[in-house]
Design a protein around this ligand. Structure first.
Ligand code: SF4
Length: 289
């Protein structure tokens, strides 16, 4: 991977892509504040950049994943695959950052942060992904979204908010590609609110059906889940009947899609939502310019 110097910077450290050349940047932090973090992370990245492990979920789909940061994501979503100790990137301390080189990324859309948050050290994320031609950023932090130089996917009910609260962004950032809603069979009132709001704003909503490793299925909902293999590991996964019931709530709403084709199909290569919405967002941004 090549780290290119895009903008002049009066500092003697590696410039942030957002630097205005006068020692300030869009994140309102002095350049010097970046020095220890950027040097540490990029030193590690350069050592590990030749080793890339592909996410089996996106294999063969035209989407390729990258994680520019080290360590676990600070957002801390319960039952996050990447923090569960069972991710394809374990041990995380050896395999992060996980960045495809430019040859691997050529002709593909890079999904930035399948297992971390792009608003975690955003200056590092922008710098590390600068050379990718086609990319979109994942985040669950609804801040500075238009500062990202590509489409953004926002998870609106992360972590402890999964069952009880969602971010309803207003105004809608021009580069918002879609919102991702974490769904189970007991948070459907919240999902209705998310769907109503973002549909009215003509923002696609991708429903991601939660899988649970530990037995956290809410009492009364056990019949809607079954224990089975999902991508790499075994989890409590929604049944097809319950999946159909949830999706039926949104029949006729053209803004609602599921992540994956049904309760048993999680691979991206038969889905295509991310590619479709990536290029739709790029087209929209082209018209705005
Ligand atoms: S929406 Fe589809 S393409 Fe995007 S991550 Fe989910 S399965 Fe993959």
């Amino acid at each position: 991977m090549t780290i290119r110097k895009r903008v002049p910077c009066k500092s003697d450290i590696l410039p942030c892509p957002n630097c205005d050349g006068a020692g300030k940047c869009d994140f309102s932090v002095q350049c010097g504040d970046f020095k220890p973090k950027i040097e540490g992370d990029l030193t590690t990245m350069s050592k590990k950049q030749r080793r890339y492990i592909e996410n089996p979920k996106t294999k063969g789909s035209g989407v390729i994943c990258c994680i520019p940061q080290e360590g676990v994501c600070p957002i801390g979503c319960a039952d996050c695959f990447f923090q569960s100790g069972r991710s394809y990137l374990e041990p995380l301390e050896d395999n992060l950052p996980n960045m495809p080189n430019l040859k691997m990324a050529k002709g593909r859309v890079v999904r930035v942060n399948d297992g971390n948050d792009s608003n975690n050290k955003p200056y590092l994320v922008l710098l590390a992904t600068d050379s990718y031609v086609d990319k979109f950023y994942n985040t669950s932090v609804p801040e500075n979204l238009e500062e990202f130089d590509a489409p953004v996917v926002l998870t609106v009910n992360p972590a402890e908010n999964t069952d009880c609260a969602a971010v309803l962004v207003d105004p809608i950032p021009s580069n918002l590609m879609f919102v991702r809603a974490r769904v189970n069979t007991w948070n459907l009132g919240l999902i209705d609110t998310i769907v109503d709001y973002y549909s009215s704003k003509e923002v696609p909503i991708i429903l991601t059906f939660m899988a649970y490793y530990t037995n956290t299925i809410k009492s009364g909902h056990e019949a809607d889940y079954t224990y089975r293999q999902r991508t790499l590991n075994s989890y409590w996964v929604i049944t097809q009947e319950a999946w159909d019931r949830v999706m039926a709530r949104y029949t006729g709403n053209k803004w609602v899609y599921s992540c994956g084709k049904d309760a048993n199909a999680f691979a991206c290569h038969r889905c295509g939502n991310c590619l479709r919405e990536y290029y739709a967002t790029k087209e929209r941004l082209r018209e705005v310019k």
